[in-house]
Design a protein around this ligand. Structure first.
Ligand SMILES: [Zn+2]
Length: 170
C-alpha cells in the first residue's frame, strides 16, 4: 500500500502505540470495514499472531470494535473488526491529561521540596530532612551539602506542560 502524505489520525495513533505493524493493520482496517484477522494478515502480509496482537491491543484501548460472527463456509466463529475513528480524539485527550497530571505532580514535588547535593555527580541528592539528619555532610564523600538549584528543571517541566496543553487536537 503506498504511503499517504497526510496520514489518517487513526493510523497515526496506531503507529504511536505499536509502530509500523500497527500502521499496516490500521490502514487495512480503514480500507476494508468488518474485516477478519485472517483477511488483515493476507492484505498486510503480516503473520497472523502479530495481526491478532495488534487487534486485541487496539480493541483493549477501545480504538476498534469486534463482532463475533459465524463463518458460514467453515462453521466456526470469527471476529469482524472495525476501526472506531470517533474514539481517536478521546483517546488522545486521555493520554494528554494523564501526562499533564504526572508532570504537574512532579512540578509540585520539586516546588515543595528543597534538595541538597555535594556536587559530586555520583552522589545522591538529599531532601531537607535527610540533609538535616546527616548535618549537611554527604554520607558518601563527606563533602558539605549545598542547596541545589532546581529552577531549570522546574521551568522545563512548566514548558512541557504548556506544550501538551497547547497541542492542536486533530
Ligand atoms: Zn558526596
Amino acid at each position: 500500500m503506498p504511503k499517504k502524505k497526510f496520514e489518517d489520525s487513526f493510523v497515526k495513533i496506531a503507529g504511536l502505540i505499536g509502530g509500523e505493524d500497527y500502521v499496516n493493520v490500521a490502514r487495512s482496517l480503514l480500507s476494508h470495514e468488518n474485516t477478519t484477522d485472517e483477511e488483515i494478515a493476507e492484505s498486510t502480509e503480516l503473520k497472523i499472531n502479530i495481526v491478532r496482537k495488534a487487534l486485541y491491543d487496539l480493541f483493549g484501548r477501545s480504538l476498534i470494535t469486534g463482532i463475533r460472527v459465524r463463518d458460514t463456509k467453515r462453521g466456526w466463529f470469527v471476529y469482524r473488526w472495525k476501526a472506531q475513528r470517533d474514539q481517536v480524539e478521546p483517546f488522545v485527550e486521555t493520554q494528554k491529561s494523564k501526562a499533564i497530571t504526572r508532570l504537574t505532580q512532579r512540578l509540585e514535588y520539586e516546588s515543595e521540596n528543597e534538595f541538597y547535593h555535594c556536587g559530586n555527580p555520583s552522589c545522591m541528592k538529599y531532601n531537607f530532612n535527610k540533609a538535616m539528619e546527616v548535618s549537611f555532610m554527604c554520607e558518601v564523600c563527606g563533602q558539605v551539602l549545598k542547596l541545589l538549584d532546581n529552577s531549570k528543571l522546574k521551568s522545563a517541566l512548566e514548558m512541557k506542560i504548556n506544550e501538551i496543553q497547547n497541542e492542536e487536537s486533530e
